[in-house]
Design a protein around this ligand. Structure first.
Ligand code: HEM
Length: 293
């Protein structure tokens, strides 16, 4: 299950997603401090490093995503047709790219579609005349839900594009020497703080909902993989999952926000022996965050 043909692309895409998400979270923390007038060398470095990272990894993620999509077209064509909201091929007409639209699974069409001619063929087949498989080529019971994944995909890819814009804007401001003062940019960087995490979740929705109705594509249906457990057993397990995850993530996020509020501390050199607390490892790794804040 792990070492299947999409493995290298998933690994690269997910690992890069982690770097992207971290860069934008750290960048937002730096922007927040600067917007509140807390301008020091450590805060500047925080924003600066995050934006260098964004500048490099955001375009890289789009390139890897493109390769990932081509791999999916080969191995899970129905998923790509559903992502695209592409219902049928007519004659030899190349496939357009639907920028936005609302796929209707019952009516078998994408409503209010805003299309760019040829672009679907160009992106997915790297040609101007080849077509991509359409949803109607698959039996209705073999189609993933296009309404959900066409949107989850557009949220992910749309945020990915916005991230590239932020990286490029930061470079331009850096060259002009106004990276730390440009308030519209700082507000955008702040707003983009959760963007990596949102894109990451949207990506996983695309992958998992897009895989349906198969648990192993083309081999085993999800309904055949369902274990024979009672509703009560499943309810207890689900409730436990929710409780454990909420308390674990709640505590983690609470601590992270505390670290963010405290912000990076400018380095103070206390000489060879170190000042109070400087020459020792903190008793708890997270004691870096103030207790009273
Ligand atoms: C910028 C353009 C992007 C493109 C073209 C793209 C492409 C794709 C495609 C085609 C899939 C589904 C593949 C499949 O299930 O077979 C996917 C999944 C995913 N994407 Fe993206 N993506 C982009 C941006 C991003 C960004 C910015 C993030 C997060 C920071 C992200 C995170 C993910 C994750 C976590 C998955 C699910 C795991 C996986 O299937 O690898 N993607 N992406």
């Amino acid at each position: 299950m792990i070492f299947n043909p999409s493995f290298p692309y998933r690994l690269m895409h997910m690992a890069t997603a982690a770097f992207v998400a971290t860069a934008f979270f750290v960048g937002a923390s730096g922007a927040w401090h600067l917007l509140r007038g807390r301008d020091n060398a450590a805060v500047r470095r925080m924003l600066s490093m995050a934006m260098w990272m964004a500048l490099i990894v955001a375009p890289l993620q789009a390139v890897i995503g493109d390769m990932h999509g081509l791999n999916t077209l080969k191995h899970q064509p129905a998923k790509i047709a559903a992502i695209e909201g592409h219902w049928e091929n007519t004659d030899d007409k190349p496939t357009p790219l639907i920028l936005f639209g609302i796929p209707d699974m019952q009516a078998e069409k994408t409503r209010f579609a805003v299309e760019i001619p040829y672009l679907g063929s160009l992106i997915l087949t790297h040609s101007l005349d080849k077509q991509i498989p359409a949803l109607k080529a698959f039996a209705p019971e073999d189609r993933p839900n296009s309404t959900i994944i066409s949107w989850s995909f557009r949220i992910m890819a749309g945020l990915g594009m916005l991230m590239i814009v932020v990286g490029l804007w930061s470079l331009w401001l850096r060259k002009r020497g106004t990276l730390y003062q440009c308030r519209p940019f700082l507000y955008l960087a702040l707003f983009m703080g959760p963007s990596g995490l949102i894109a990451l979740l949207a990506g996983w929705f695309t992958t998992e909902v897009g895989r349906q109705p198969w648990v192993v594509y083309g081999v085993m249906r999800t309904q055949d993989a369902v274990a024979n457990h009672s509703v009560e057993q499943l309810t207890v397990t689900l409730v436990l999952f929710v409780l454990v995850y909420f308390s674990l993530f709640g505590t983690g996020i609470g601590y992270m926000m505390r670290l963010v509020r405290k912000g990076p501390q400018p380095h103070v050199d206390h000489g060879a022996h170190g000042g109070p607390g400087q020459s020792r490892t903190p008793a708890r790794p997270l004691s870096a965050a103030d207790e009273e804040n």
